[in-house]
Design a protein around this ligand. Structure first.
Ligand code: MN
Length: 229
């Protein structure tokens, strides 16, 4: 077998309460999965099919911590999200089949360079610069559990002040539906994470801010933003 020309560790997320890591292959993200957030983004929240974007696996900041304010933006936004990790192959699945492919859940932040995302939207261009950048996917340890989380409080505070507050039950497309829909387009499986969208209340953050995301029954994620490097 050929040797790698250099070592490159695989991105991975700790499993809560265990000395184990969940290795990550891909990160899928759902756009506008809560009606309130769809409205604040200027969209009609009627139940059109979900849509997706991706982030590179090495955008993860496993366990949270300190990250620098990213380059190229003056409007970095927080989006707190329930993340689901998959446990087995799933392709062209029904929602019932998809519900059986859950490894566990985590609290994630879909950090967004909103100014760059909006410029891309205006020009009909891809969202990569707005969404898929370094340190753009902080994530808590994954709490193991094969039952899809369908309800529970989701909260984000910035410097102790509540900015986002919702309930997982308000998702337009719950976890089994999202996995089933996405599986019509990809052979999903082990190593795949899905960020399932954010409730309303997104807004800007700056260097010096501390973000804490919490989801009932899942866990907590803390991230501090430091000066741009
Ligand atoms: Mn998002």
């Amino acid at each position: 077998m050929a040797a790698y020309v250099f070592d490159l560790p695989l991105p991975a997320v700790p499993v809560a309460g265990e000395a184990t890591l969940y290795p990550v292959r891909r990160i899928f993200c759902v756009g506008r999965n809560y009606a309130g957030h769809a409205r604040e983004m200027g969209s009609d929240p009627t139940r059109e099919p979900p849509f997706y974007f991706t982030k590179p696996a090495d955008a993860l900041v496993a366990g949270g911590g300190t990250i620098p304010y990213p380059p190229g933006t003056t409007n970095l936004h927080h989006e707190v999200e329930l993340v689901v990790a998959l446990s087995k192959p799933v392709f062209r699945a029904t929602a019932a089949e998809a519900a059986g492919a859950v490894f566990g859940h985590a609290v994630g932040l879909d950090l967004t360079r909103r100014d760059l995302q909006n410029q891309a939207k205006d020009k009909g261009r891809p969202w990569c610069l707005g969404k898929a950048f370094e340190f753009s996917a902080p994530i808590s340890p994954i709490r193991r559990g094969s039952a899809p989380i369908l309800a529970g409080e989701i909260v984000l505070t910035v410097n102790g002040e509540v900015r986002q507050h919702g309930d997982i039950a308000d998702m337009i497309w719950p976890i089994p539906d999202v996995i089933a829909h996405l599986s019509q387009y990809y052979h999903l499986g082990l190593g795949d994470l899905i960020f399932t969208g954010t409730p309303e209340g997104v807004g800007p953050i700056i260097a010096g801010d501390t973000l804490v995301g919490r989801i009932a029954g899942v866990g907590e994620l803390s991230v501090a933003i430091t000066a741009a490097d």
